[in-house]
Design a protein around this ligand. Structure first.
Ligand code: SAM
Length: 282
């Protein structure tokens, strides 16, 4: 059942959007002196070699980081994102490695923070364990990330972010996300919840239903979506988005600056970009 390997997709346009948003959320959490925690429910391997077979199969990173690696304006707007990428690409031969969400969280947080990683796929778990076991701030769990929204919340410290980034290889992931979010909000009402979703071809797409269902929780909600091409009729991923529950003040304005240049750099056809507040803060 669990055949998904993020290495095929590492650094693609969806990763770029997700990780830039993650960097902005960490920026907001870092503004206060108070420690915080990050729960990454679907951690993946934590780092990916782009010159190896999985990533080379479709070279998806060329649709993402390959297009924006040297983008001046984006480098100025989201320096944290590039700081992490540059730190693992020290050779002059372009980009060889792409960071996963655990590496962004670890690299951009402070000594006082706690990072909780969950990964269900055995070989991905072994890799992420190997990559982060020496970091004393990190707890690495071979467990179901949806379940963790019950068993690990509220986070310790009680301030922080849950990144929910399933592969959606199972249709049930959509209902699981909603259920996990509701549990998460009941156990950790002040937490930020950042949910990634794909925008697929019309026959397979569930992004609108997911958005509708999450909006109905009535929690403060911001949506950012980047479709690099027009929606196809059948399959394929045309874009992706993030739904951010309990979004921090100022995030909308920061994304407003980024989305224009990011869309222009990544679009591949008609495409569209969207940024909107779906539920206002009180
Ligand atoms: N968050 C990662 C990043 O941005 O670098 C990518 C994660 S990838 C989209 C989804 C990961 O979730 C895969 O590594 C997959 O093995 C794992 N996975 C699938 N179902 C899971 C579950 N129920 N709980 C935890 N991990 C799961």
């Amino acid at each position: 059942m669990l055949s998904y390997r993020h290495a095929f997709h590492a650094g693609n346009h969806a990763d770029v959007l997700k990780h830039m948003v993650l960097c902005l959320l960490l920026r907001h959490l870092n503004k206060k002196d108070k420690p915080y925690a990050v729960l990454d429910t679907h951690a993946g391997a934590g780092m990916y070699a782009l010159n190896q077979a999985y990533a080379q199969k479709n070279s998806e990173y060329m649709s993402g980081i390959g297009k924006i690696l040297h983008h001046r304006e984006l480098r100025d707007l989201v320096p944290e994102y590039y700081q992490v990428i540059d730190s693992i690409n020290t050779s002059k031969s372009g980009i060889n490695f792409y960071p996963g969400s655990p590496l962004f969280s670890c690299a951009l947080s402070r000594e006082s923070e706690r990072i909780y990683l969950c990964e269900l796929h055995r070989s991905e778990f072994e890799t992420v364990y190997k990559n982060f076991k020496r970091d004393r701030r990190v707890s690495i769990n071979h467990t179901d990330g949806f379940e963790a929204m019950k068993s690990m919340l509220p986070l310790n410290p009680k301030r922080g972010l849950c990144l929910i980034d399933p592969s959606y290889e199972l249709k049930s992931d959509y209902t699981q996300v909603l259920k996990a979010l509701k549990t998460g909000l009941s156990r950790f009402p002040t937490g930020i919840f950042a949910i990634w979703y794909p925008v697929l071809g019309k026959l397979k797409d569930h992004s609108k239903n997911l958005t509708f269902d999450i909006k109905r929780t009535n929690a403060p909600l911001l949506q950012v979506e980047l479709n690099i091409d027009g929606q196809s009729d059948d399959f394929g991923m045309n874009g992706s988005g993030m739904l951010i529950v309990n979004y921090p003040y100022g995030l909308y304005e920061e994304l407003e600056q980024i989305m224009g240049p990011l869309f222009t750099a990544l679009k591949d056809g008609k495409g569209s970009a969207r940024l909107r507040i779906l539920n206002e803060k009180d």
